[in-house]
Design a protein around this ligand. Structure first.
Ligand SMILES: [Zn+2]
Ligand SMILES: [Zn+2]
Length: 507
């Protein structure tokens, strides 16, 4: 994955403060303040400052024109900040198994290594990203809707869900019809970390579609219109995320993808600088577009019509990250400095807090006690989801912690859910559980993963999975519970199934 660094200032001492994209907790290297980075699950805006001036941009443009033997005269150079959507997330996929044997996953046998990193393939045409993020908001509102019943379980009412059923799953029907095969195709689980940038205004044909691969680390600064306007023009985001994603689907390779969930998503808008150099060439007016970071020419002869898009005034309001002290809102104790966590456990007053907009909101949680367990254990947080499917009540056990191997995480969820575990809740031992792993996935992510594993549990073949309807599953309650995993050397033993997971893959 490309490294994107957010570059800003410490709100306490104003020293430069840099952190990786998606970081939720950071410490200032200068004044040592521990800070919570707010804005998670909101679409945050950043910009990248230009690195080359107009002399170098013109030089690059003139050289490119001369290589084409064009005699040109520069009329006017101008910087434009062009918006890009950037999406990263964990992609869980059910795919139709290939009939041809494939090489075993080499990476799988290397604990400690990151999973394979793929570019996003444009295989989806049913993604409604706008709805995903809207509904994610609705979902969080439901979860925090102060409808907490006894024991911290969040009760959902029918009228709450009807009309705006949470439908944030990314779903696509099977692409290729393989019905000529006699034996029904099997289903296999695949996982990937996804990362994609794509243009957020109507300039697809101008060589600007993607930010592409860049050798250097990109430094993102927090978007502030007033800081950018003296440098250049900010281009309006005039296409929705769905249209932006869909625009390059025509050449999509058809993959035997049956069902997918993308969780732990971060969507942002990045304004990238380009020099647009208006030129006169053989009596025609053209524009040469130069990347204002790398100095490469991305388009030699854009037509004058691009200005109608470039010069649209920016309409939408932008949201940027904020900071607040990384401490417990109840007792003031420092929360653990775990950059990727979205729910933090206070080791002093034993409360859990989730980043919600610019606030920390308390999340009720429980600690499980399991008959016959002894020895050293480590507590891992799970979302226990109660859902209904056609009159049947189902319970799902979804890991809330981050784990490097996505496939192992899904397997853990499937195995424990199938196992229908038995445990009791211990009332007042929270204070004694000092080491609870933080949470990376929130309840919304957990519900998406529950839909995903339900698709896998109920489908033997690819044909079964095609008939699976995620909307048949209605969420009724979500409870966060810490389960004790027995420490066995480098491994942790799942108390319900006896399967082990390597501790080194916990993040
Ligand atoms: Zn500081
Ligand atoms: Zn506290």
């Amino acid at each position: 994955m490309n490294d994107y660094i957010v570059s800003t200032e410490c709100p306490t001492c104003s020293a430069p403060l840099d952190f990786s994209e998606g970081t939720n907790a950071v410490q200032c290297g200068h004044c040592r303040s521990k800070l919570l980075v707010t804005g998670r699950k909101q679409v945050l805006s950043y910009f990248i400052p230009p690195k080359i001036d107009h002399y170098r941009a013109i030089a690059a443009a003139m050289q490119a024109q001369q290589e084409q033997c064009s005699e040109c005269r520069v009329i006017r150079p101008q910087i434009y900040f062009i918006p890009y959507y950037r999406l990263i997330g964990n992609d869980f996929r059910w795919e139709q198994a290939l009939r041809i044997p494939v090489k075993p996953d080499i990476e799988y046998s290397q604990p400690g290594g990151y999973g394979p990193i793929y570019e996003w393939e444009y295989e989806d045409n049913k993604i409604d990203f706008g709805a995903i993020f809207r509904q994610a908001g609705d979902f969080i509102d439901i979860i925090f809707g102060r409808k907490c019943g006894p024991g911290g379980t969040i009760i959902d009412t029918q009228e709450n869900m009807s009309g705006k059923t949470t439908d944030p799953l990314i779903f696509r029907e099977i692409g290729a019809d393989r019905s000529e095969d006699a034996e029904p195709a099997k289903v296999q689980l695949a996982d990937r970390y996804i990362e994609k940038n794509f243009i957020a205004c109507n300039l697809h044909g101008e060589g600007l579609y993607s930010l592409g691969l860049r050798p250097a680390v990109l430094r993102l600064e927090l978007f502030q219109k007033s800081a950018l306007e003296p440098l250049g023009k900010v281009v309006n985001t005039d296409i929705g995320i769905n249209e932006a994603m869909g625009s390059s689907m025509k050449d999509a390779a058809m993959q035997p993808l049956l069902f997918r969930s993308v969780i732990g998503r971060i969507l942002s808008i990045i304004y990238f600088p380009f020099w647009v150099i208006e030129m006169e060439c053989h009596g025609n007016c053209i524009s040469t577009i130069v990347d204002a970071v790398s100095q490469s020419v991305v388009k030699l002869d854009a037509p004058p019509s691009i200005y109608s898009i470039l010069n649209q005034a920016q309409q939408s309001e932008s949201t940027i990250v904020g900071f607040r002290p990384l401490c417990c809102p109840n007792c003031g104790w420092d929360l653990p400095l775990r950059p990727d966590d979205t729910i933090f456990f206070c080791s002093s007053c034993a409360r859990a807090w989730q980043i919600y907009g610019s606030d920390l909101t308390e999340v009720p949680y429980e600690i499980a006690q399991i008959e016959g367990m002894n020895g050293q254990s480590r507590y891992l947080p799970f979302w226990v989801l109660v859902a209904q499917s056609g009159g049947e009540h189902l319970t799902f056990y979804i890991p809330a912690f981050r784990f490097r191997r996505l496939k192992m995480l899904a397997d853990l969820a499937i195995n424990i859910t199938r196992n229908k575990p038995v445990y009791s809740i211990c009332g007042d031992q929270k204070q004694e559980v000092k080491e609870m792993q933080g949470c990376f996935y929130d309840a919304e992510d957990a519900f998406l993963l529950a839909q995903f594993i339900q698709a896998g549990i109920t489908s033997q073949t690819a044909i079964d999975m095609k008939t699976f309807n995620k909307n048949d599953l209605t969420l009724q309650g979500a409870t966060l519970i810490g389960f004790p995993f027995k420490v066995n050397g480098f491994n942790l033993v799942d108390p319900f199934t006896g399967n082990t997971i390597p501790q080194s893959l916990l993040l």
